[in-house]
Design a protein around this ligand. Structure first.
Ligand code: HEM
Length: 505
């Protein structure tokens, strides 16, 4: 029995409540419209067994996810994920001891100690991407390969020639996981199904449960075992896992629990990092072909600094236009437009509304990143200049895009500080680093300084039009599939690109 109203929201139907409202295209846009219709920055939906709370403005998200983070940091469907055997990926764990230990371990394994390892691999995989773009006929395939290359070589020291097996495993797990996520809703809200014997669930849901657990285990364990075997054989490949073994010198010193912890943490980083970064770089390529004037300007500015050479790590954060470009790619079509849901641990009261325990709370990140008060006019257009002053320096008063990486205690650990702060202290970083943004910076600068992207076509071979572009409606929202031509820039030769994979700083 509630002692107050829920936040406003659309009309609820008997039995199914707002069940039908959940199945819509680009729900982040629908929620933004409702916020205006109901004149409220906080909305609610009800479905059988759950209340969904939507937070449409940053101040509301700060009040709840940040200031009251202690009670707003659980995750939904954790029982189901446990059953699937994938709760080892700590994105899916409730806020508690196990999660805290994993976050700490993440910081330890991917912190300052391994910074130089991660950095050198960032540059190498970007340079290898430039080679694949010379001959490839689908840049999206090459981009995915480059991101996998970065994660597999930086994390486990697996060379490109041995990566295919691991990439196939990851993709297989991702497809199955996506399918089971939807079925997870059924398990969560009709829990009796979870205790039915396997043969009863004719759709094979529970069979899928066993399979995905095994697949995820294989996906996380196989590359780790390969790094371990390398270390035993004395191979000196530079990687996060490799350093871990070298620190501990004798492999027998590593306890079983410790080994499981590092497998899970590195596996989580690989699982959570690849799809998000692939989506980001695809969004970059799309922006470049839809906005050729911006591509031209970015190249001119890059070229005036680099003077015909390819970018190196020392350039990171020294060319404000590229900093602004990264910010705008993150903002324009955020790849996690509704973030990752948080769950409320106990009943709460906010602005006179009752928010019930167990509510699934969603931050409408897309709406926050499309707020003209924060980012200026023409908010749906791709305009890096919104992050710059008239003299081309970074506009420090402009809102940052950190909200794209989540909030409070669950914020994305791959991202830790704003780019402007980073550029002030490039080589003096603290515990966690900004993996996603730095990799994006190097990749965007490398691709733009070596290639012109032009003649973009959709899947039917028709020219792309800005007004027709639609991102996918998924937890990681991606640009549509398209193809375009890549032409070498004046002064950049094939030989130069091949040579560049050798000396990387
Ligand atoms: C463009 C790139 C990325 C974006 C936009 C992004 C965004 C996000 C968001 C929105 C969350 C949820 C935060 C919340 O619950 O409030 C998250 C969580 C997470 N991200 Fe990222 N991410 C990116 C790249 C990465 C990378 C490169 C890694 C790994 C190296 C990573 C690892 C994680 C992990 C482990 C979590 C779970 C944190 C937790 O539940 O405690 N992400 N990310």
């Amino acid at each position: 029995r509630r002692r107050g109203p829920l936040p406003p929201g659309p009309l609820r139907w008997p039995l199914i409540g707002n069940g039908l409202d959940l199945w819509c295209k680009h729900p982040w846009k629908v929620y933004a419209r409702w916020a205006q219709e109901y004149r409220s920055d906080i909305l609610s939906l009800q479905i059988p067994g759950a209340t969904i709370i939507i937070l449409n403005k940053e101040h509301v998200v700060q009040d709840l996810f940040v200031k009251r983070g202690l009670i707003y940091s659980d995750r939904p469907y954790t029982a189901f994920f446990e059953k699937l055997g994938i709760s080892r990926i700590f994105v899916f764990q409730d806020y508690g001891e196990r999660w805290k230990n994993n976050r700490k371990a993440f910081k330890r394994y991917l912190g300052t100690e391994t910074e130089s390892v991660i950095r050198s691999n960032e540059l190498l995989s970007c340079r290898r991407l430039l080679i694949s773009l010379l001959t490839g006929n689908d840049h999206q395939v090459d981009f995915r390969k480059a991101v996998n290359d970065f994660f597999l070589s930086a994390t486990y020291g697996i060379p490109p020639s041995q990566q295919d097996e691991h990439v196939a495993l990851t993709q297989e797990s991702a497809v199955l996981l996506k399918r089971l996520m939807i079925q997870g809703l059924v398990f969560e809200f009709l829990p009796f199904l979870a205790s039915l014997p396997t043969w009863f669930t004719a759709a094979g849901v529970t069979r899928g449960v066993g399979v995905v657990g095994e697949l995820v285990d294989k996906m996380m364990r196989t590359p780790f075992e390969s790094a371990k075997a390398d270390s035993i054989q004395g191979a000196r490949r530079v990687s996060v896992a490799g350093r871990f073994f070298r620190f501990d010198k004798e492999l027998s010193n590593i306890s079983n629990d410790e080994e499981i912890s590092i497998i899970d943490v590195l596996g989580t980083s690989y699982a959570a990092g690849t799809d998000t970064v692939v989506a980001l770089v695809n969004s970059f390529a799309l922006a470049m072909v839809l906005y050729p004037d911006i591509q031209r300007k970015a190249y001119t500015i890059l070229n005036s600094t680099l003077r015909g050479r390819l970018p190196a790590l020392k350039d990171y954060g020294t060319i404000p236009y590229i900093d602004a470009l990264v910010q705008e790619v993150v903002r324009w079509n955020p790849i996690a437009p509704l973030g990752v849901p948080h769950v409320l641990r106990q009943d709460d009261v906010y602005k006179g509304y009752i928010l019930p325990k167990g509510s699934i709370c969603i931050a409408n990140t897309w709406n926050i990143l499309h707020d003209e008060e924060r980012y200026g006019p023409n908010i749906d257009e791709f305009i890096p200049e919104r992050f710059l002053n008239a003299d081309g320096t970074l506009n420090e008063t402009r809102a940052k895009t950190d909200v794209a990486f989540g909030f409070g205690r669950r914020t994305c650990p791959g991202e830790s500080k704003s780019l402007s702060l980073y550029s002030m202290s490039v080589w003096l970083s603290t515990a966690l680093r900004d993996i996603a943004r730095e990799f994006a910076w190097i990749l965007f600068a490398s691709v733009l300084s070596a290639y012109e992207l032009f003649d973009a076509r959709d899947e039917n071979g028709m020219p792309l039009y800005r007004s027709k572009i639609e991102y996918t409606t998924e937890i990681v929202s991606s640009a549509p599939h398209f193809k375009c031509q890549f032409r070498l820039r004046p002064g950049i030769t094939r030989a130069m690109i091949h040579e560049a994979v050798g000396p990387v700083d």
